[in-house]
Design a protein around this ligand. Structure first.
Ligand code: HPA
Length: 246
């Protein structure tokens, strides 16, 4: 039976419909993961669920121990990870409450521990990262969305910013010129760490606000939380649909 990891983002500290069978507390050579891993089943597929920001949600994006999280899932024999994240919408199709399955990213983060290949190596390692997201997992998400009539945007470039603050208008204009469609704070180094461990990794990104300068409204936590509430149900349905195709 294949094991699928779900890294829950803001608004997803639990996965409803998950028939819980175990809870694993893991320590790793890289430190402790954000929380214990909840093990369960959806439609006969084993799911390992890890809330990225802890449970309760207290770890900001730049303080997440991404290496410990990915290592813990790897040691639990996960072969695929669906990562859920909240993002801001930059280009016109990326309207609040839409789900995007990004196919590219640009990394604007700094100072994050972003590789397992650092010290004590027999040789220097460079992973291929031409396509940062798993095309096979992206297609599973896109197909499941079509079957369940869940509105998604099937491609997009994810700008990964350092946070925890949101961006300035000038920064968003620059990201747009760079070719980015959505902006969030968590897909790196998650995606490259997953690649280092040979885990198929794809994102389900929920647009929770217009990015800075794309609307006259201030970006408030109230707007973000309301859109998270509206959109998370769709994300849960999409994940359940992918599982039912396994
Ligand atoms: N910028 C960066 N990260 C985010 C945003 C945003 O506008 N919204 C949700 N996560």
């Amino acid at each position: 039976m294949s094991k699928i990891g779900i890294i829950g983002g803001s608004g997803l500290t639990e996965l409803p419909g998950l028939e819980i069978t175990d809870e694993i507390e893991l320590d790793t050579p890289w430190g402790r993961p954000s929380a214990s891993i909840t093990v369960g089943k959806i439609n006969n597929t084993e799911i390992l669920f890890l809330p990225r920001h802890g449970n309760p949600h207290t770890i900001p994006p730049h303080k997440v121990n991404y290496r410990a999280n990915l290592w813990a899932l790897h040691k639990s024999n996960v072969s695929e990870i669906i990562a859920v994240n909240a993002v801001g919408g930059i280009t016109t199709a990326m309207t609040p409450c839409r789900i995007v399955i990004p196919n590219q990213l640009i990394d604007y983060t700094h100072g994050r521990a972003d590789s397992f290949h650092e010290e004590g190596l027999d040789e220097v390692k460079h992973i291929d990262f031409t396509d940062p997201y798993s095309e096979s997992l992206r297609q599973q998400l896109i197909q499941a969305a079509a079957e369940k009539h869940i509105d998604i945007v099937p491609t997009g470039t994810y700008a990964v910013t350092q946070g925890p603050r949101l961006e300035t208008t000038a920064e968003i204009n620059r990201l747009e010129k760079d070719g980015c469609d959505i902006v969030g704070m968590t897909s790196m180094p998650e995606a490259s760490l997953a690649r280092e461990l040979d885990i198929e990794y794809a994102c389900c990104s929920l647009v929770v606000n217009w990015a800075a300068g794309k609307t006259d409204e201030m970006i408030t936590m109230e707007i973000i939380v309301n859109n998270l509430k509206d959109g998370m149900g769709k994300i849960q349905n999409l994940i359940a649909a992918v599982m039912s195709n396994k």
